[in-house]
Write a protein that binds this ligand. Structure first.
Ligand code: CO8
Length: 260
């Protein structure tokens, strides 16, 4: 598949999608969003892909938000199309059964932070900065920022960022719990890949079960959520990979999971 505004590479079951409009700080225009949606669809259809990584091209930005040049030209109807195009790509991203890591190498602003927050977790470069600056444009976040940010850092911290539109450093994002890990810029991709490889070596059934149990459980009351976990546990117990994992432990060898 050929792309102009993103690049896609797969190595040892780990696919990396790179937002690739460095001259516009990888801002999301319609063409990029359409390509991103296609790439996520291709990942969803490929059983061999075990982990997805998202990052940005160049040394300045992950994604500096929606393309303001394009946004400024949209009437209400076209704005809805633009929102829906991005939202359906982000929804498809959150529906993937595999782990998704955002490797934030620079600015993650507006729609860029919203995409990063839709990933399972974020690793960031020391040079990264984060924010929802839409308020400064007379707008509000449109790709989930008013909902995901308070769920991650709490309503009060989120409202301060949303009301002021201020940018925060990677270290501050780490303190708030937006980011799992902050590393030197040159170490970012190696660190992300090391974690990706670790997850890719686990059984596909149990990785999927963890993801579904956490995500579905967070949207349910505790009793329902614990039932979701029990069902997922039972499903894993019935899998060949669970047999392999427990046998390997007892036989003091490394498990060779088959993804079944
Ligand atoms: N859109 C379009 N172009 C951009 C964007 C953007 N979001 N961000 C940067 N650029 C361009 C600049 O215009 C500039 O282009 P040129 O060289 O042609 O002048 C180039 O990238 C480099 O940018 P700067 O010169 O500004 O670089 P600085 O290092 O001085 O500043 C900043 C970097 C702080 C990141 C600054 O560029 C900035 O504030 N960018 C805008 C950030 C922003 O407001 N993002 C939020 C956008 S709104 C949004 O994301 C809503 C999502 C939901 C959408 C639903 C819509 C319908």
């Amino acid at each position: 598949m050929s792309y102009e505004h993103i690049s896609v590479a797969t190595e040892q079951g780990i696919t990396t999608i790179t937002f690739n409009r460095p001259k516009a700080l990888n801002a999301l225009n319609s063409a990029l969003l359409e390509e991103f949606a296609r790439a996520v669809e291709a990942v969803a259809a490929d059983e061999e892909i075990r982990v997805l990584v998202l990052t940005g091209a160049g040394d300045k930005a992950f994604v500096a938000g929606a393309d303001i040049t394009e946004l400024a030209r949209l009437d209400t109807l076209k704005a809805k199309v633009f929102i829906n195009r991005g939202l359906s790509a982000i929804n498809a991203l959150t529906q993937l059964s595999i782990p998704v890591i955002a490797a934030v190498n620079g600015f993650a602003l507006g729609g860029g932070l919203e995409i990063a927050m839709a990933c399972d977790f974020i690793y960031a470069s020391e040079k990264a900065s984060f924010g929802q600056p839409e308020i400064k444009l007379g707008l509000i976040p449109g790709y989930g920022g008013t909902q995901r940010l308070p769920r991650i850092i709490g309503a009060a911290q989120a409202k301060e960022l949303l009301f002021t539109g201020k940018m925060i450093s990677a270290v501050e994002a780490l303190r708030l719990g937006i980011v799992n890990k902050v590393v030197a810029p040159e170490a970012l991709m190696d660190t992300v890949m090391a974690t990706a490889r670790e997850m890719a070596a686990m059984g596909r059934v149990s990785v999927r079960a963890v993801k579904q149990a956490v995500d579905n459980g967070l949207n349910a009351d505790l009793t329902t959520a614990l039932r979701i976990e029990t069902d997922a546990f039972a499903l894993c117990m019935a899998s060949p990979d669970a047999k392999e994992g427990t046998s390997a432990f007892l036989e003091k060898r490394k498990p060779a999971f088959t993804g079944k």
